[in-house]
Design a protein. Sequence first.
Length: 432
Amino acid sequence: MLIMIKGGQVYDRETGEFVKQDLLIEDHQIVRIAKDIQATDIVDQIIDAENRIIVPGLIDLHVHFREPGFEQKETIMTGSMAAARGGYTTVACMPNTRPVIDTVETVQSIKKRAEEAATRVLMYGAITVRELGENLTDMHELAEAGVIGFTDDGVGVQTSAKMKEAMKKAKSLNLPIVAHCEDNSLAKGGCVHEGVFAKQHDLPGIPNEAEAIHVGRDILLAESTGAHYHVCHISAKESVRLVREAKSRGQKVTAEVTPHHLLLCDEDIPAPDAMWKMNPPLRGKADREALIEGLQDGTIDFIATDHAPHTTAEKAVGMKQAPFGIVGLETAFPLLYTHLVCTGILTLPQLIDKMTYIPATTFGLPFGELAEGKTADLTMIDLHHEQVIDPERFHSKGRNTPFKDWKVKGWPVLTMLNGKITWSESKKTIKG
Ligand SMILES: NC(=O)N[C@@H](CC(=O)O)C(=O)O
Ligand SMILES: [Zn+2]
Ligand SMILES: [Zn+2]
């Protein structure tokens, strides 16, 4: 099978430029990128990319696909379709499923289910059995089964000794510790950020230190064990400061931030409505500013959505009772393009790199670049098309987003994984 993508503005990471070029894809590989490829006779399909940019397939290293155990919220199939619609070709699933991803059997069964998925589905193994914080999983076995790192995402590892033990093991396996940073003794019972909104509505707050204290502790532990330490969904200004300081000492500490923490703060929450409830919570204005600054100066390495679908019924029970989490895969790129690139906060190449090449290289994954010889994972985006976010049109089972009705531009129009089209808005082809 030979596919040509014709006339698009192809992103070149090395120069940061968009050059009008054609791509030739043979089976799963990009075989040629050049101006005006004359191969019309031999190709099976020609895709018209006029007025579109072509970027590497987006990569989201923090998603919750809920399978096994919570299929009412999402499945690998619906989650991966949401990812494809959002322009993603690679995702990494968190292990807070039922059962937890803490055994080789569970890894294998998810791999099996993911064979037909619309994205490449990578996964993390749990740090502790059932994410209970008590006994380490068989990390060696999980690594052999192919997990890309270890995390107890959903909960923090509460004791320093357990985290240190996990880091030692992770270091020996050359895999990262990916930490959900939350000290329960400080966070317990809170449902929003301990700030303006909590006060106004008399809601129990989660203070910044609940996150930052783990970041600080773990940076010390990573320093002594030599492990690669990665901070999930960083949200507090103090955490950004700690990561910046560790990086300046040359430590292998990395961090990700979500679109919602970059675009919203607690004062933006219109009313106590669980569509705005997630963990960590939307922080204060100064935190949001620190996150943007951290993203700009490279303290924060990349963007991950923390796509966390829940059912409408679960989210309808109010701010205190509802589960934490919002969906993100189908809105991330247009939201960030509209609110960070069109406003001059990031350049378009910076945004693309933080959603492709940087997450890949941070975790040593061979994706995130458009080049001859590379896997044909790519996304075609219409930067000009403006559309309102309509959760009813999501491929995800989750409708839980605070961005409903936001008018944004920069929508993905075609996604290709391994040389196969996994999502296309219009099937706009010249041939085939
Ligand atoms: N982020 C969330 O608010 N929720 C996540 C758990 C997590 O990422 O900590 C979930 O699994 O629902
Ligand atoms: Zn988390
Ligand atoms: Zn998560």
